[in-house]
Design a protein around this ligand. Structure first.
Ligand code: NAD
Length: 426
């Protein structure tokens, strides 16, 4: 469940403190293994720029509500920063910082000319009207307009934001900048310069690395039993792709609960019934909890919702042999350690979910050149990039005898570290 009282919020806040410090720990390890001096870590352990904004929005009842938002820019040595904007009640400054750092790692892993950025607004869009959401989206862009732009920092969708919100944000930026500026943001509707394949890109990327991971374990995805946590953009497209490939989706979930059927769920029916926030379980009585879902008997587990889901408390009970992290930060450091010791194959978030930023990059390139590619061209390019990234990280983990997360951090951090050194920053 989404935290809806003070105690839950505090607990969530404490957890997000952990994701920043655990990210720093793995970055430090990765930089040490690569032989970089400590000053490189000092630079990369935090975003170079962090903006906090207060956004007044006139609500439907006539009152004004002031929302708090953030934009973090981790490092712009490689190029403009890039990363999504999250609308969620549990957004914190530390979470946004950690997410921005992960975006730098992803850009390094799939070799994009970007640094990492991320934004977030503390709000619950499920309880806001369309008009209120438009006001909030436009207000956020006005508040951060001086530090963002197509050559500075390029936002995109994330949890509880979508192509409509990107369209409002792009329109607001175009008004401020006094010309039509589609390259300011990615994840737009196709008619406004969006890219074919962007909406399903994260899930497509996850599917590609999941297939590679299954090959390594001699598992045929056709017939494999898969559990997916989260039925939003990432989770629902992924469930559909795997279902169509012959896998049995035995469990799915959203913020309110989970569904389980050992014979396989009817994914097309569930897709038809889900709302725009990825909610579907409210329509059923026979639900289980998200906690129970993660521990279900299955071959592959894909956390595709929020952070800190696999921890020292439940990592011992995970039955899946392969865990592919579609969500950002679903497994804690302790969780990673336990899963690795148990011989599980864990494909980390910074690799598995990098298909989204890859196709966002394609969208930005198409906006800049004013020439648009077909879905097949996008798919082919994405496929090539994801396979290469998986192979590099898997081979690094094998040769160095380290887990895939540390291997991914080593591959991801190298580009931003090198660029910072060439610029003479460290
Ligand atoms: P979304 O808003 O479309 O869907 C989120 C899903 O998670 C919904 O089904 C929601 O009900 C569920 N959820 C929310 N809070 C939950 C909780 N406390 N417990 C269980 N379920 C909960 O978001 P999305 O875009 O699919 O993103 C999901 C994850 O994937 C996030 O970690 C996000 O950062 C990551 N990700 C997304 C993209 C992208 O392009 N959309 C790219 C990279 C990474």
């Amino acid at each position: 469940m989404v935290a809806d009282n003070a105690a839950d919020s505090t607990r969530e806040a404490n957890k997000t403190n952990d994701i920043l410090s655990s990210t720093r720990t793995v970055i430090k390890n990765a930089l040490e293994k690569l032989g970089y001096p400590d000053e490189v870590f000092e630079l990369l352990k935090d975003p170079v720029r962090m903006m906090t904004v207060r956004i007044p929005v006139r609500m439907d009842d006539g009152s004004v509500k002031v929302f708090t938002g953030y934009r973090a820019q981790h490092n712009d040595a490689v190029g403009p920063t890039k990363g999504g904007v999250r609308f969620h009640p549990n957004v914190t400054e530390k979470e946004v910082k950690a997410l921005a750092i992960w975006m730098s790692l992803k850009a390094g892993i799939v070799d994009l000319p970007y640094g990492g950025g991320k934004g977030g607004i503390i709000c619950d869009p499920r309880e806001m009207s369309f008009r209120e959401l438009e006001g909030l989206s436009r207000g956020y862009v006005r508040a951060i307009s001086q530090i963002v732009g197509p050559t500075k920092d390029i936002p995109a969708p994330d949890v509880f934001t979508n192509s409509q919100i990107m369209a409002w944000m792009m329109d607001e930026y175009s008004r401020i900048d006094e010309f039509n500026n589609p390259g300011f943001i990615t994840g737009k509707p196709i008619v406004l310069g969006g890219s074919h394949g962007r909406e399903s890109a994260t899930a497509k990327g996850v599917t590609i690395v999941l297939n590679e991971a299954a090959k390594k374990r001699g598992l045929d995805v056709k017939g494999a039993r898969v559990v997916v946590q989260g039925f939003g953009n990432a989770g629902s497209f992924l469930s559909k792709f795997l279902h169509d490939a012959g896998a049995k989706i035995v469990g799915i979930s959203d913020a309110y609960g989970a569904l389980h059927d050992p014979e396989g769920l009817d994914i097309d029916y569930l897709l038809d019934r889900r709302d725009s926030f990825g909610t579907v379980t409210k329509l059923f009585n026979n639900t289980i909890t998200n906690k129970e879902l993660l521990e279900l008997d299955c071959d592959i587990l894909v956390p595709a919702a929020v952070e800190n889901q696999i921890t020292e408390e439940n990592a011992h009970n995970i039955k899946a042999d392969i865990i592919v992290e579609a969500a950002n930060g679903p497994t804690t450091m302790e969780g990673t350690k336990i899963l690795t010791e148990r011989g599980k194959l864990l494909v980390p978030d910074v690799l598995a979910s990098s298909g989204g930023v890859t196709v966002s990059y394609f969208e930005w390139v198409q906006n800049n050149q004013g020439y648009y590619w077909s879905e097949k061209e996008i798919d082919d390019k994405l496929h090539e990039i994801m396979i290469k990234a998986f192979d590099t990280i898997y081979n690094t983990s094998q040769t160095r005898r380290i887990d895939m997360r540390l291997a991914a951090y080593m591959v991801g951090v190298r580009k931003v570290a090198e660029a910072s050194r060439f610029r003479g920053w460290v």
